[in-house]
Design a protein around this ligand. Sequence first.
Ligand code: DGJ
Length: 536
Amino acid sequence: MRNPFRALPILLLVLGLHSAALSAQATTAPHLEKRGVATQLIVDGKPFLMLSGELHNSSSSDLEYMKPIWPKLRATGLNSVVTPLSWELIEPKEGAYDFALVDGLIDQARHENQKIVFLWLASWKNGMSSYAPVWVKQDTSRFPRVVERGNPVEILSPMAEATQQADARAFAALMKHIKEIDSRDHTVLMMQVENEVGVLGASRDHSDAANKAFASAVPAQLMQYLEAHRASLYPDLKDRWDANGNKTAGTWAEVFGDNERADEIFMAWNYARFIQAVAKAGKAEYDIPMYVNTWLAGDNTPPGEFPSGCPEPEVVDIWRAAGSSLDFYSPDLYDARFEMWSRRYHRNGNPLYMPETRGGAAGAANVYYALGEEAGFGFSPFAIESEAGEKDPLAESYTVIASITPLLLEHQAAGDVHGFVLDREHRSVDFTMNGYTLHVSLDNIFGGQAESGFGLIMADGKDAFLGAGKGFRVSFTPRADNVPRVGIAAVDEGTFVDGKWVPGRRLNGDENDQGAYWRFDPHQQHIEKVTLYRFE
Ligand code: DGJ
C-alpha cells in the first residue's frame, strides 16, 4: 500500500511557498507600477483607482470634527481621502513628536473602509510658511526667510540647509511611524510633500544666499540632465534654453536669460533640491509614492504672482533633474481647460493624478476624462466635505466608475479606453479603437440636443464596446476599406454585480434612435454595451 505521508513534505513546501507569496503581497508597500501603457497605483498586489476628495485645510486637525464628515464621504462613493497633516501639530516642540492625530485619522479611515493620502504641510503651504511650527517661524537666523525688496517675508527660504534638515527629520519620523502602524493594512497610500510651493510676491528669493547662488554657475547636475534629456524636454523650457544659445555652462542668467523666467527656473531647482531631500529622508523610512502638487499659473502671469518655482509644466524637467525621490508631479486643476492641463501633466512618463480640482457637476464630468482618456489613477475634488453626500453629482459618477473599475484598469493598461467631456463649445470628438472610428457627439433625439455630455468607452471584444456616462451618442465607421457597412446588432443597459455583467433593458427604438446611434440619454448615467454587425 502507498505510504499516504510520502507526499507530505512536498505539500507543506507548496503551502509554505503559497503563504509566503501571499504575505509578501500583503506587506509590499503601495507603489506605482507600469502596467501596459498605464502607470497604476498598486495596493496589496492589485491596481487601486482612487475615487477621492480633498478635505478643507483644517478639518483633519481635529478627530471630533472629522466624525460627521466620514459618512458624507461614504455617501459620495469615495474610496480614499486626501487630507492635511501639518508639521506644527506633529512636532510642536523640537524633537518631541506627537502622532496621536496620525493614529486617530488612520483608525477612523479604517473604520470607514477608506484609504488616505496625507498632505505634509510643513515648510510651505500655498507658497507661505504658515504651517511650520512656531519654533521654526520665530528662529529667523537658524531658519532664514525669503527676502523680497530688501525685507524678509513669511516664506522660509529653500536655500537654508538647516530648514531642509529640520523638515526632513520630522518627515522621516512621520514616515517611520506610519510604517510601524500601517505596513500591513496599507491605509496610507501616498504622501504629498508640502503644498503648492514657490515664492509669492517676487520672481525669486533675494536673500544673500540666493543672490550668491544665482550669480554662480548652474549646477553641473542640472546641465547634464538637460543635455541628456534634450529631446524630451518640455517645449517651453527647451525654447528658453535654445533662445539663449543652448549653453552647457554659465550662470543662471547666462544659460536661461536675464529675466524673471530664469528666476523661476532657479527657484524650481532650489525648491526641488530641498523637497527631493525631504522625500528621500521619508522614503528611507517607508517607501510609498510621494509627489508635489502645483498652483497652476494663469496665462501670461509672471512668476511671483503664482508661486515661482512650483512644478509648472515648463519646469517639471528641472524638478526631475534634482532627484528621483518624488514619483510624479500633479496639477491643482481649477481652470476650465481641464483637458489641456491634464495633457500637460500626463506626458513623458509622468502619470496623471489630480489631488485638487473642481467637484460637483464639473468634477462628475471631468473624472471620466481624467481616468478614461489620460489613464489617471486618482481624482480628488477639493473641499469635498462641503458638497459631499448622495445628491452630489460626483456621487453618481463615482458609483458608476466604481462598478466598472476592474475593467477600466485593464483597459487603461491595454490603452483601449477613451474618455470625453462635451458641451456646446466642444460638441463632438472622434476616436479610433477596436477597428472602428467612433464619432461621439452630444445626444440629440427628435431635435432636442443635450447641453452637455460625458463618459468613457472601452473596447469589449470584436465588434463590441462598453460605455458609461450620459448625454452623448455614438456612430461607428469601420476602419478597413473592405469592411461593408455596419449596423447596431444590440444595445443593452446593465450593471456590474460583484464584477459580473447583469443586463437590464434592451435599448431599441427611440433609445437607439431606431438603430442609428448608440445613445446615452442626458437624464442619468448609464452603463451600456453595444454590439455591431456588418452588412452589404
Ligand atoms: C489650493 C490649496 O492647495 C488648498 O490647500 C486650498 O487652500 C485651496 N487652494 C483653496 O481654494
